[in-house]
Structures are given as C-alpha cells and as structure tokens.
Design a protein around this ligand. Structure first.
Ligand SMILES: [Zn+2]
Length: 285
C-alpha cells in the first residue's frame, strides 16, 4: 500500500500488542477519512509470548484494517520497556514520545488507553501522553478508549470496552453488524494470547451483541490526580500494582505541562491549525 506522507496523521498508542481491539472501528474510520493511521506499541509484550510472534499478530490485524506496515512501530524492545514494567521507564517513554511527536507535524488526532485502572501500563501510557499533549496545547485532539476495568466487579471479574462515567461524556460511533462480526474474527487472530482471550472474548462478544459502538472520551490533566474509580482497581485485584505506587511514579516523573518552554521535554510542536486542518476542534475528530 502506498503511504500518503502529506495526509493528516491519526496516531494510535498501545501498551501491548492486541490492545488495538479497543479501536478497530476508529482506525477504519480514520482511514476512510483519508488520514494516515500510525500505530505505536510501547512495551515489548513479552510476558505472555515471544514478542516477534505478538508483533506479527498485531501487524497482520492492522494490515487487514488497512494500516501500512510502514506506519506500525513496535518500540518496546528498542526502548527497553518490558511488558508490565512501564512504571520503571516512564521518563524513557516520555522522552521517546516527545521526540516522536516532533516528527508528526501533521498529527490531527491521537488515541490513548483509558484512565481506568485496568492494567498499570495502560494507565501510565495514558498519563504520559496526556501530559505531553497538554504541554503542547493539543489536549483537544486526544481521545481515550476503554479496554477493561474492574469497576463494581468482584475479584478477577472485569468489564470490557466500557468507558468509565468518571472519564466524562462518551462519543459514540455506530458499528454495523457486518463490522462487528469482522472485529470479533480479528479478536480470534491472536493465538499466542489464547489464555487472555479465553477470558476476554465472551465479554467482547457480549459487548458487541448488546451495544455496537466505538466509544471514546476526552482526556484531562485533573483526572490524572484522581484514582480511576472507587473500590479495588482491576490491577489491584490481580496483584499487578496498586494505585498509590502508580501515583508515586507519576509524581516522581517530570511534568512537561508545567515545565518552561526551554525544557527539553517541550518542543516547538503545536497544534496544526494551518492548511484547513483544525486539529484542536473536537468536531474535526
Ligand atoms: Zn494491554
């Protein structure tokens, strides 16, 4: 597939290979709108399988959606960010993402995992991206997508693709039955992750049967100071991490939104408001 390097860019950020299941419909919508979809994975995903295998599975699904291989970036191994270990590499991610954004002058939209207490890597990626876009005055072009969380659930149970009310109003994009079936088939395209998908798939299926919508929400800096939701977070229930540790990690790392313009974490990049592209107008999303 030829890549239109002059097209506006929609950037999708993922913590792990297969997290793209949360935005299948949005990726296709961006492509239909003529945008260049670029996807970046920021951990190696090595906890549950060989990273090469996981990369290949996600690449194959993204290609079926229409994303060019040249626009898919598996950064985990390059950055030395292990699956489940983003808490020890937040500054590494922030530095890389800032430099990466500098190379995307045509960016008009960015999609990040939701602030929802599902997986610590998801929440930390969310926080890093939100801070960087806030520092650039571009928070309006960022949307969050839910993957899974444990609000109101007992023990290891969870909700999938269910935006938290605490994250604000939800923007809905209807998904046709034909596309819901396609997306469910894509969810079965991660054989290396069969253990995860045995648990996930029934809930994704139920979600698509009961509500066929891509659901997105705005993001905000004040939310980063709040626990994603009351009660045990999913990653606390599973013993992966706890909120106080995550908050400590985020407090100890640099806050680009409060740095001076001379800070190395702040670049000259600002919203692209020229050439008819109004990236800061939510309606354009
Ligand atoms: Zn994930």
């Amino acid at each position: 597939m030829l890549t239109d390097v002059s097209a506006p860019v929609a950037l999708f950020l993922f913590a792990h290979q297969d997290d793209e299941f949360g935005v299948f419909a949005r990726i296709e919508k961006e492509l239909r709108a003529g945008r260049r979809v670029r996807c970046a994975y920021i951990t190696d995903g090595a906890v549950t399988a060989d990273p090469d295998l996981r990369d290949a599975e996600s690449r194959a699904v993204l290609q079926k959606l229409g994303v060019s291989t040249h626009d898919i970036f598996f950064m985990g191994r390059q950055l030395g960010i292990g699956d489940g270990h983003l808490h020890s590499s937040v500054d590494v991610l922030s530095g890389w993402l800032n430099a990466f954004l500098d190379m995307q002058p045509l960016i008009v939209a960015c999609f990040v995992p939701a602030w929802e207490g599902g997986h610590p890597d998801h929440d930390l990626l969310h926080a890093v991206a939100v801070r960087l876009f806030a520092a650039r005055g571009c928070l309006e072009i960022v949307r969050q997508y839910s993957l899974y969380h444990g609000l109101g659930c007992i023990g290891p149970l969870f909700h999938v693709l269910s935006p938290l009310p605490q994250n604000g109003p939800v923007e809905l994009q209807a998904i046709s039955w034909r596309d819901r079936l396609r997306y469910l088939r894509f969810c079965l395209s991660y054989p290396s992750q069969w253990r995860s998908w045995v648990g996930l798939f029934p809930f994704v299926l139920l979600r698509y049967l009961s509500a066929g919508f891509q659901q997105l929400q705005h993001v905000s800096i004040p939310r980063l100071g709040e626990r994603p939701h009351e009660g045990p977070l999913y990653y606390e229930s599973r013993g992966f991490a706890d909120w106080s540790t995550l908050r400590e990690v985020l407090n100890q790392t640099q806050h680009p939104e409060t740095q001076s313009s001379e800070s190395p974490l702040i670049s000259s990049f600002k919203c692209n408001t020229e050439d008819g592209v109004r990236c800061c107008d939510g309606k354009e999303l």
